[in-house]
Write a protein that binds this ligand. Structure first.
Ligand SMILES: C[S@@+](CC[C@H](N)C(=O)[O-])C[C@H]1O[C@@H](n2cnc3c(N)ncnc32)[C@H](O)[C@@H]1O
Length: 214
């Protein structure tokens, strides 16, 4: 077996931190994610089209820019779901006030097994997460289960061609083609699926928006 070079090991460590930020380095990764992904996350929140009265979740919220944006939009209750204890602890500290007021609820969990009743939510955003989900069909079914009829799902993903140029994505990222993702979302029960682009040119990120039949 050929030993992994130091550079490849460093890239693998970056990929691991992006997939599940942890410890001191994970906290720094959370801040970098907030800066680097802000435009996609803000566009994902806008694409939910949710206003006051809605219950909305951000699954895999990382540094929390989506939670902040949803709270700023005035939705009734924001739910944040994370499997990273570091990101949960950071969000608990940063958002203590909306948590105390009952406007934000944080949950430890995974997209494949969500801590919600059936039809509990009006909308879900999840950005830059599905690269780390091995069984996407099962996760999409679970997302459909917890959305009410007419509820909206917004998945944000980097363009696979663009992502494949980033060397850390060689280490465990699942870069699924968009024309495989759209039928997978439809198969889970969503319709009116749109591929909205965020950014310029061929490498612009994708917001895949789908609705459950009303
Ligand atoms: C690359 S970060 C993206 C964070 C944020 N959504 C953004 O766009 O900046 C991926 C986040 O998803 C979380 N994550 C990965 N797999 C997940 C899963 N199966 N269920 C829930 N969260 C997951 C990780 O812990 C990490 O915080």
């Amino acid at each position: 077996m050929i030993a992994m070079s130091i550079a490849e090991r460093a890239l693998a460590a970056v990929a691991r931190q992006l997939g599940q930020p942890s410890g001191l380095a994970g906290r720094a990764v959370g801040r970098l994610l907030n800066r680097g992904n802000r435009s996609v996350v803000v566009a994902a929140v806008a694409a939910t089209d949710c206003g006051p009265g809605a219950d909305v979740a951000d699954i895999g919220f990382g540094g929390g820019v989506g939670l902040d944006t949803l709270l700023g939009r005035g939705v009734a209750v924001v739910h944040g779901v994370e499997m990273s204890e570091t990101m949960l602890a950071e969000a608990k500290r940063r958002f203590s006030e909306p948590i105390a007021r009952g406007r934000l609820r944080l949950h430890s969990g995974r997209m494949e097994d969500l801590p919600f009743d059936d039809s509990a939510l009006d909308a879900i955003i999840s950005t830059n997460t599905i690269y780390f989900v091995p069984d996407l069909a099962a996760a999409l079914k679970e997302l459909a289960r917890v959305l009410r009829p007419g509820g909206r799902l917004v998945l944000g993903v980097g363009d696979p061609g663009q992502m494949s140029k980033m060397p850390f994505t060689r280490h465990g990222f699942r870069l699924r083609p968009i024309d495989e993702l759209v039928p997978a979302i439809r198969e889970a029960g969503f319709d009116r699926i749109e591929d909205k682009r965020v950014g310029d040119g061929q490498g612009a990120a994708h917001l895949l928006v789908g609705e459950l039949p009303g």
